[in-house]
Design a protein around this ligand. Sequence first.
Ligand SMILES: Nc1ncnc2c1ncn2[C@@H]1O[C@H](COP(=O)(O)OS(=O)(=O)O)[C@@H](OP(=O)(O)O)[C@H]1O
Length: 331
Amino acid sequence: MTNQAYDGKRCPPNKNAGGKKLLEKLENCGSLDVRSAAQRVSRDPRDQSKAPASPGAHETDANLKNMSVAQKYGNKKLPNALIVGVKKGGTRAVLEFIRIHPDVRALGTEPHFFDRNYDRGLDWYRGLMPRTLDSQITLEKTPSYFVTREAPRRISSMSHDTKLIVVVRNPVTRAISDYTQTLSKRPDIPTFEELAFRNRSLGLVDTSWNAIRIGMYILHLENWLQYFRLSQMHFVSGERLITDPAGEMGRVQDFLGLKRIITDKHFYFNRTKGFPCLKKPESSSQPRCLGKSKGRTHVQIEQEVIEQLQEFYRPFNIKFYETVGQDFKWD
Ligand SMILES: Nc1ncnc2c1ncn2[C@@H]1O[C@H](COP(=O)(O)OS(=O)(=O)O)[C@@H](OP(=O)(O)O)[C@H]1O
């Protein structure tokens, strides 16, 4: 929904919408993005200049060979794994990183099947998928699934065995990231503080604002757990994904039952970008960082506001840690 290829698209003007309504509309109005993943990654030469030695050329050759074999002999299959959220958690990074694995074939765009396009039917959905060999995993990512009420039921009716990946991030930082993105498209929106609180001096947070609501992870998770076992869900720390991409991707590969092929030799830290980048992404032998919409400079928010929101999220975070069995250390 919110990847680089989507940036710059505008929704039709909504004459009646005031501040928050407008923001909510904006999050839901994108049409299906059909640009290729290769177009989505940064081509900024500065991003590439700092790349140290890459993994062996034979690995990329093997990946490319696997891709073309799959394109020729593979079939379009419904996904066996989904990155279901969360928006601004680091979902694009996980998708771009995991798809360099030769046993993974991923859809580069967000199909929004289980939220916006469900009426189009499973055959339409299958038709979007890349061709895969029987040994390969088919994967797609749509971050809005995590907060879509009907998504867990719909996904479990496609297959009860679907593996689900959720990339989570400190909900306060996530909300600021979300707001920063919206502001970049609509500079006329109210301030973050105006949207985040019903009454700031009383510390009343506005939970009807999407940017706040998405971060109440436990509430959404409880809906998923009505349809899926916790063991079918894997939670990636959005923070560790930046500081230790190989470690996080190691756990993703284990969860997907894949051989650990993606390791620290696939990443380098790009100082210009300020993020880890791939030495050799899928379908290319050139080092690549994610695009400009990933890793934006956030809007400056008062420390007191951040603390109020940390306070607000604390009980939700604690319940989330207890349910998942992992402390994400956001408090
Ligand atoms: N390697 C790497 N490169 C660039 N960015 C990275 C990376 N790893 C994680 N991130 C973080 O991903 C955040 C965007 O999250 P998503 O891809 O889930 O966003 S979206 O919902 O698809 O719009 C994005 O959020 P912002 O920093 O707020 O822009 C990044 O912090």
